[in-house]
Design a protein around this ligand. Structure first.
Ligand SMILES: Cc1cc2nc3c(=O)[nH]c(=O)nc-3n(C[C@H](O)[C@H](O)[C@H](O)COP(=O)(O)OP(=O)(O)OC[C@H]3O[C@@H](n4cnc5c(N)ncnc54)[C@H](O)[C@@H]3O)c2cc1C
Ligand code: FES
Ligand code: FES
Length: 1336
């Protein structure tokens, strides 16, 4: 039988294929459909989702679900129908309401995540059995990553489909204006009709399925894919394994997402069609679930269960709903999970749950007869993968049968609970530890025996870095028969700590142990304290706050410069949603295109002796070349990047100088081949004959005086007399230390470029870059050709955040080198792992400071030494001191002096990441203020207020860039937010909450920001075509920040000045086109938050020129035909008269006003769980002065997105290096950006239109980076909650070594991840609490 399926209704027949081909591979390389994006290739991002529809001919039913196309194997979709986002709707046949609503709710910025989001929503909508609810809407996208939007608009777009939504709760959108009636709102929403808008299963496939309904196996010889239809058939295959070659059993193939296996098998055995393995059956003993049953189906079955055990089953289902995301659960099987856990140490949730209910599994163990073993025995068996064993099914017992062990007089109760401490609760994250507990307890009523006795218990723990989940049998035996008391529990905890021993390479050992202890405590303690079981240590009223996300936006549109100031929908938003928007990797390539992958160094300082592939003298399949610095043309230079501060090499020469440095480029026929060959490359190093030792820390750099020079012109100035300020101080904090780590950009589209050789030594390069001008220049220098031989084209970038500025240059240059040398197109789509290793990210730093202050909290002097780790190359690191000092000066420090060193180390080169240095500078200021307040035992907010600048002190600290007094809006914002966020009242409520709750503490914090930005010269060009349509080019790149939309609005406004008929409707006649470095020179960097406004100003100036040229003709025509001159007529006339209708400019901002300050204030309230260290952001309110926003929808998106990226930096994202400086986090498994479940539950944003700013572009101000700084409010609130926890610990008199003498004087590291928070709240707080109770 042939492999046949449908994609978006179209028939696809594949004659033969490598069975390891994924659906994504096929869609992207063999079909015109490009909406499936490769964001990670490991199931962790959701960019590749598609809908899979299966038809059951017997029931005549179609079942649909979302799946990860990057993991699902193509052969497994034989006979199925796949729908991508462009299959739901598209430009030609009309967009789907989902696309339209995503566009109208401003839910797409760069657009790289959007098709996947749309598929997630579609799948949830189509699978919703009853009415689609708000809760389902929120959860539908909980496993998808978006790095741009901050999720709020995405959630609103999803919620707009919910039947129980209050439409007035939906956020800012283009469908209605504030204050319009509900009827109008509903009417304007693009209508959704399930009958019309659900995809249909193609008839041709239905027919086929009906005909061949019993067996749909593929022809083995062509596909090496077998689909047995019975256990007997499977048994025969596994027994013949030796003659068939290597075999792999597969169901969903999601396991490859975790293991990233390279191994290829001779044959794949799809076991999903075997009835015995795909059934769910309820028997006398319990529920049987076939091993090939998907997790989603198992969840549904457990939820539906109505037996006496249904309470347990429902809890198990609820826990399983936290596994991966919808798509993973839809294709991942129960059996696959168990086998991964049993054979490959996968940290499974399912095994932990099954252990706790004493479940069994059935296996084929070589023979034909199934063998039954308990799950705990199964886990101890030799690896399933080393033999011919097959897991057939799981049996979950009906647990109530066990009640017979207890006496009838007693009030017996069956308890079951499961736990999971993960960085994201439902957003696709493996737990630090999971646990599931089953207990049968009896509550004895007689006065002499009153209390709760444990009659039986199963205590399972897993995912803590152990070989597999375990049962804590010693603790179980200890507790069985015991009457629960504090001392019994304390002893049980002691025993447990000896059992939970994470593997030696597992991070956060003590934290994981403390979780086990915490969960055991949480399970049994309520029985001791109240005699009743309660599932939570927080009172219910507090919990009821949390179920849904809510938000509000106050946004002012202005009509002074129409259409500038209007919340116009982002250009191409619907196109992005359908996935038709073209990114570099979507550009169709020629058949002779080659693909590149970097080989990077794993040593920080070593001589490179040789590079070869793993098997000597065997070139891996598909490899064409291995390019190194030796392949750079003689006339060229080994250069891979450049900034005004210097250059960086494309490849390490003889010496590699940091782990992660590029050493070579493998060029192969496909990206897959290039990537695997790069992995197979073996670099031989010589580390012995190196004279110097590597510099891996800033301290080493100081010792060795290894610094980058910072030109005095850009080195910030001190302020005032620090000696005098220190003398005035009544109190001082001396030599306090603070360290900040790095952050990875996590743009959803990895680095990518495509280079095409052209005639006469020319090369054309498509680059996903924020700085094509520099890419261009680097390529020319590297190849040793004149710049006019190079052309770099960038249409759109799938998220940049600074990471696609300098770091995009070597990617494009390497491709250009390959194309130039091999005279064939060369493309590189970096895999996420390599991207993360090479990206460098944000600058880590160390600060040591002295601060002097009065006893009323007023700071009189601040002095510090700062060491910034810049890595090896200059990049833009020399601007860091200036950037850091901008926001750090937001408070009146009295006097300020500093010594900032930019250290050159053998670490990956750091680069600008969104608000580079600014986010750190602002945070450092807060940290100092926090410490001042702690030292004075004053309220932090009061200390902040007292140190806020007056306009006079603002001028002292910011000199000429302070603007006019009325432009200093910070005090106004500070007060305004106090009222709108009810800051004072809530601060009181937080106090009350903290008194009433032992295991949860809250904190609230208000943080001001001052962020300085700089305008740079920016080009623009506006050309009017003969039909009156307008084409615009700008130096700035569309990264998702809405630059094109603002530019389009500005051109409409500018040309509208001609004031002819229809000139007010020009918007849709304007198209901003891709940047082309030969078409428009001097584009510079798209960075620093001001490219949009500068590009707008450049095109406005062009419009002024064009309007000036058109005016005489216009006036003349008006004289002839008053009032009836249309835009088209005018342009036709102008063409007739050969008027030059193309104008270009280079906007050069005035020196005196090119820098300016931006202001905002953020208030956040958080709740910290003292047992797990989890921080929940209950509410954030931010207020931001955007001047007169050029487009409030775009600016709102920037503000929210930046804030959430800030949450990532402050709370979640660890981007660390090992002892050799190699990046530790290498993918979505261990790098956790925020998802829907980790953002602020209530998120209120107000954009203040602060009126006229004479020196700004139509009075507007920047929005891209400054709002990120406000996320420090979340961190500060967390610090405040922890402070409360520590105060409480002190009151228990249980200092545990992690808590210092004063208890409240501590530094909260960034990011404040769960282990960090827990360690500061007290890793042993549970034990101490129990000790305290025992001692009375
Ligand atoms: C992004 C992501 C997030 C995840 N998050 C979680 C999580 O939070 N918690 C959790 O518990 N799990 C998690 N998982 C794991 C997930 O549950 C498993 O990947 C899935 O269940 C495996 O099922 P599968 O059908 O895809 O297995 P496959 O990938 O098809 O197979 C996995 C392995 O098991 C073998 N195998 C499969 N079935 C059998 C059988 N019946 N007999 C013998 N061998 C067999 C295969 O040969 C293969 O070696 C996550 C996975 C991904 C990709
Ligand atoms: S690319 Fe498939 S989930 Fe990320
Ligand atoms: S819009 Fe979601 S990642 Fe850019």
């Amino acid at each position: 039988m042939d492999l046949e399926f449908a994609v978006n209704g179209e028939r696809f027949k594949v004659d033969s294929i490598d069975p390891s081909t994924t659906v994504l591979d096929f869609l992207r390389f063999n079909t015109p459909f490009k909406s499936v994006k490769l964001g990670c290739g490991e199931g962790g991002c959701g960019a590749c989702l598609v809908v899979l529809s299966r038809y059951d001919p017997e029931l005549d039913q179609v079942k649909e679900c979302s799946i990860n196309s990057c993991l699902t194997l193509l052969c497994s979709v034989n006979g199925c129908s796949i729908t991508t986002s462009e299959g739901l709707g598209n430009k030609k046949k009309g967009f789907h309401p989902i696309h339209k609503r995503f566009a109208g709710f401003h839910a797409s910025q760069c657009g790289f995540c959007t098709p996947g989001m749309c598929i997630s929503l579609y799948s949830a909508l189509s699978n919703s059995s009853k009415e689609f609810t708000v809760s389902e809407a929120e959860k539908s996208v909980s496993g998808n990553l978006c790095r741009c939007t901050g999720y709020r608009p995405i959630v609103d777009a999803c919620k707009s489909f919910a039947s129980d939504v209050d439409i007035e709760d939906l956020g800012f959108n283009s469908f209605w204006k504030k204050g319009e009636s509900k009827e109008v709102m509903l009417k304007n929403l693009p209508p959704y009709n399930p009958k019309e808008h659900l995809v249909t299963f193609p008839e041709f496939l239905k027919k086929k399925k009906k005909k061949k309904k019993l067996h749909n196996g593929l022809d083995h010889s062509r596909y090496r894919w077998t689909t047995p239809c019975s256990v007997a058939e499977l048994h025969n295959i596994t027994q013949a394994a030796n003659s068939l070659g290597s075999l792999k059993l597969v169901v969903g193939n999601t396991g490859t997402g975790y293991y990233q296996d390279e191994e290829r098998f001779d044959r794949y055995i799809d076991i999903s069609q075997i009835p015995e393995m795909s059934m769910i059956k309820k028997g006398e003993e319990g529920i049987e679930i076939g091993a090939a049953v998907t997790i989603s189906n198992a969840i549904d079955a457990l939820k539906k269960e109505e037996s006496k055990s249904c309470y347990i089953f429902k809890k198990m289902a609820a826990h399983m709903e936290k596994i991966g995301n919808h798509a993973i659960r839809n294709s991942g099987s129960i059996g696959g999970n168990l086998v991964m856990a049993q054979s490959r140490k996968f940290p499974s949730d399912i095994t932990t749950l099954l252990l706790a209910v004493d479940a069994s599994v059935y296996m084929l163990n070589g023979g034909k007869k199934a063998e039954k073993v308990k799950v705990h025995e199964f886990l101890e068996l030799p690896s399933m993968l080393d033999s011919k064993r097959v897991l057939l099914k799981v049996e979950i017992p009906l647990c109530t049968a066990t009640t017979s062990t207890t006496s009838v007089d007693d009030d017996t109760e069956l308890l079951f609970e499961s736990y999971r401490a993960a960085p994201r609760s439902i957003g696709n994250a493996l737990p630090y530890l999971n646990a599931a507990f089953f207990a049968l307890v009896s509550r004895r009523q007689e006065p002499s025996r009153r209390g709760v006795t444990v009659d039986k218990c199963f205590l399972a723990f897993g995912s803590y870095g152990c070989d597999h989940s375990i049962r804590a049998t010693e603790v179980e035996s200890f507790l069985t028969g015991k009457s629960l008391s504090y001392s019994v529990l304390y002893e049980a905890v002691g025993l447990l700590k000896g059992i939970i021993v994470p593997g030696k390479d597992t991070p956060h050992h003590e934290y994981r142990k403390s979780l086990a202890v915490g969960y055991l405590f949480e399970f049994f303690n309520p029985l001791i304290e109240s005699g009743h079981y309660s599932n939570s240590h927080v009172n219910d009223t507090a919990k009821s706050l949390l179920p849904f996300l809510s938000s509000s936006q106050q946004v002012l549109e202005s009509n002074e410069y129409q259409p500038v100031g209007e919340a116009v929908i982002k250009v191409g938003a619907a196109l992005q949603a359908s996935g038709e928007a073209v990114f570099v990797d979507d550009i169709p390539t020629l058949p002779n295109c080659l693909h590149g992958a970097f080989v990077y160094s794993t040593e920080c300082l070593a001589k490179i002796k040789s590079i070869r592939f793993r098997e000597k003298n065997v070139t891996p399949s598909g490899v064409f070349a291995l390019l190194t610095s030796k392949d750079i043309p003689k006339q060229g230079q080994n250069i891979g990047s450049k900034t005004v501060f210097g250059t960086g090499p494309l490849f390490a020469d003889e010496l590699t100088q940091f782990a992660g440095q590029r050493i070579a480029l493998v060029v192969a026929d496909t990206q897959k081949h290039a990537d695997s060959a790069a992995k197979l490359a073996v670099v031989e190093y010589d580390t012995k004959n190196i004279e110097e030792e590597a510099i891996l820390t800033v301290e080493d750099a100081v010792k060795r005086c290894s610094f980058f020079e910072v030109h005095p012109m850009i080195y910030p100035e001190p302020v005032g007399d620090v000696l005098k300020g220190m003398e005035e101080a009544e109190r001082k904090i001396i030599s306090a230390e603070l360290r900040l780590g790095s952050q990875y950009f996590f743009y959803m589209e990895p680095q990518t470029a495509l280079a095409l050789p052209d005639e006469d030594d020319c090369v054309k390069v498509y680059s996903s870059s924020q700085a094509p001008e520099y890419v261009h220049s680097v390529i020319a220098t590297c190849l040793g050709i004149q710049e006019h031989n190079v052309r770099v084209i960038t249409r759109r970038v799938g998220g940049g955040f600074g990471g696609k500025a300098v770091k995009s240059m070597p990617v494009a240059t390497a491709c250009a080198l390959g194309a130039y040398k091999l005279q064939r197109p060369v493309k590189m789509y970096m895999n996420r792992r390599t991207d993360m290793i090479m990206a460098g990210g944000r600058h880590p730093m160390k600060i040591t400071y002295d601060v002097g202050f009065r006893s009323d909290g007023k700071v009189t002097a601040l002095e510090f030494i700062m060491l910034i780790d810049a890595g090896l190359e200059p990049d833009i690191s020399a601007v860091m001191p200036r950037n850091i000092m901008g926001p750090l000066r937001k408070y009146d420090w009295g006097a300020l002096s500093f010594d900032i060193k930019v250290c050159k180390t053998n670490c990956p080169t750091r680069t600008a990441m969104r608000a580079p240095g600014e986010v750190q500078g602002s945070y450092i200021a807060e940290s100092i203020i926090e410490n001042v307040a702690t030292s004075l035992q004053m309220d932090v907010d009061t200390v902040r207020k007292i140190n806020l600048h007056s306009y006079v002190s603002l001028r002292k600290f910011y000199t000429r860039i302070s603007g006019d007094p009325d432009e200093y809006t910070l005090p106004l914002l500070w007060d305004k937010l106090e009222i709108s966020s009810k800051f004072k009242e809530r601060a009181e409520m937080v106090k009350e909450f903290n008194v009433c709750n032992v295991w949860r503490k809250r904190g609230i914090s208000r943080v001001p920001i001052v962020h300085q930005v700089l305008q740079r010269p920016t080009p623009g060009k506006v050309s009017i075509l003969s039909d009156g349509s307008v084409v615009v080019e700008v130096g700035g790149i569309e990264l998702g920040q809405g630059l094109w939309t603002k530019v389009q609005q500005m051109v409409a406004y500018g040309l509208g000045m001609v004031k002819c008929q229809g000139s007010d409707k020009l918007l849709e006649r304007i198209r901003v086109v891709q940047s082309d470095t030969l078409g428009m020179i001097q584009g510079g960097f798209t960075a620093g938050s001001t490219t949009s406004e500068c590009s707008c100003e450049a095109v406005r100036l062009c419009c002024v020129i064009l309007v000036g040229r058109l005016k005489p003709t216009m006036d003349k025509m008006m004289m002839e035909k008053p009032g009836s001159v249309t835009w088209t007529m005018l342009i036709q006339q102008a063409y007739g008269q050969s008027i030059n209708l193309s104008a270009s400019t280079l906007y050069t901002p005035e020196y005196a006003s090119m820098e300016y300050l931006n202001y905002g204030v953020g208030v956040s309230e958080v709740e910290v769980d003292l047992v797990t260290g989890k921080t929940e952001i209950l509410r954030s309110d931010i207020i931001y002065d955007c001047g007169k926003s050029l487009n409030p929808a775009v600016d709102l998106g920037q503000i929210e997105g930046a804030f959430v990226q800030g949450i990532g930096f402050f709370m979640m994202e660890e981007y660390t290096t090992d002892e050799k400086g190699l990046v530790v986090q290498q993918g979505t498994w261990d790098y956790k950006i925020p998802t829907v479940d980790t953002i602020s539950k209530h998120f209120n944003v107000e954009i203040v239109n602060s009126g006229h700013h004479k020196d700004r572009v139509l009075s507007s101000k920047a929005s891209g980076e400054p709002p990120m700084l406000m996320a420090a409010s979340v961190h500060c609130a967390t610090r405040s909650a922890i402070r409360e926890a520590r105060k409480q610990s002190l009151s228990w008199n249980c200092n545990d070594g992690n808590i210092d003498e004063s208890g409240t004087d501590f530094e909260l590291p960034v990011p404040a991840t769960m282990p960090v928070v827990k360690s500061l709240c007290g890793l042993y707080n549970v034990e101490r609490y129990l000790q305290g109770k025992i001692l009375g």
